[in-house]
Design a protein around this ligand. Structure first.
Ligand code: SAH
Length: 266
């Protein structure tokens, strides 16, 4: 829907920017609202974590713009992405901005919403299933459990600021710590936590490509985290879950989960 709501001086209709969560991968985990928006969109601006099967749901005539980011390779800077969304909307175009997981969980959706509001562009946010929740469900590792954890923290594990951030108390008895973007810093993460007094044998699960057909769940004690990541050549995207819950096996061996997912795929 186009409305006239840009800043004074702007002539013509203004499009809406929809910040849409695409979930953790499996297209079945899209919300109905997200699916409707994807199927109706004329313009989709998406990042690299969005599963190709979701993009295939778009109309053949839809314009798909990838603004994929990775740790080492930035195809588009955040300010350029913001500027693109604003420019398209001010040109009268509704935009579906598709982001992996939930747009407001480490998705920089907050910055994009601010940029749009500052330009007088209306913004709608559609929540998505964050990879933390998708990974928990797919691995059957509950993030809370009456016997093990009643506090959950979501933390970004990139290098930037890792050494200065105060993580004390985030992990330990009764707690689950979920680390996003922590693969490259796995060694620093375990050292930091053990330096804060966490026991080296606290269970850790690494969940790679959660909800996708090639998902893997790998486990080690905290002291063995870096080795686990290296030995199994774990690739992004992956989450690190630290705490007693990471011991829970969900009744199925991890390789069985993987085999089932592959079967469902065929
Ligand atoms: N907004 C997203 C997070 C974006 S940050 C969300 O709510 O999930 C990118 C990080 O998310 C990745 O480095 C990884 O840690 C995690 N991630 C995203 N999708 C994932 C998946 N399918 N499996 C495991 N981790 C995933």
């Amino acid at each position: 829907m186009t409305v006239h709501s840009a800043l004074p001086g702007h002539a013509g209709p203004v499009g809406t920017v929809h910040l849409v969560g695409a979930g953790p991968g499996d297209p079945d985990l899209l919300t109905l609202r997200a699916a409707r928006l994807v199927m109706g969109a004329a313009l989709i601006v998406h990042d690299g974590l969005v599963d190709p099967r979701i993009l295939e749901m778009a109309r053949p005539s839809a314009r798909l713009v990838s603004v994929a980011k990775s740790r080492s390779r930035h195809t588009m800077k955040q300010e350029d992405i913001n500027a693109l969304l604003v420019a398209e909307a001010l040109g009268g175009q509704d935009v579906v901005r598709l982001k992996g997981g939930d747009p407001f969980v480490f998705g920089r959706g907050g910055e994009e919403a601010e940029a749009c509001r500052a330009a007088g562009v209306p913004v709608q946010v559609v929540p998505g299933i964050s990879s933390a929740l998708g990974a928990s469900a797919a691995s059957q590792i509950p993030l809370t459990h009456r016997d093990h954890a009643s506090i959950v923290s979501f933390v970004a594990g990139q290098c930037k600021g890792l050494s200065e951030q105060d993580w004390s108390g985030l992990a330990g008895k009764g707690r689950t710590l979920v680390i996003f973007m922590g693969l490259a810093t796995a060694a620093q993460i375990s050292e930091k936590l053990m330096g804060d007094g966490l026991a080296p044998d606290v269970p850790v699960a690494v969940i790679e490509k959660a909800t996708r057909s090639d998902m893997r769940v790998l486990r080690a004690p905290l002291a063995g985290l870096a080795e686990l990541v290296a030995d199994h050549a774990v690739k992004s995207p992956a989450l690190i879950v630290i705490g007693e819950v990471a011991r829970i096996e969900g009744g199925l061996a991890d390789h069985t989960i993987r085999a089932m997912a592959l079967e469902a795929e065929q």
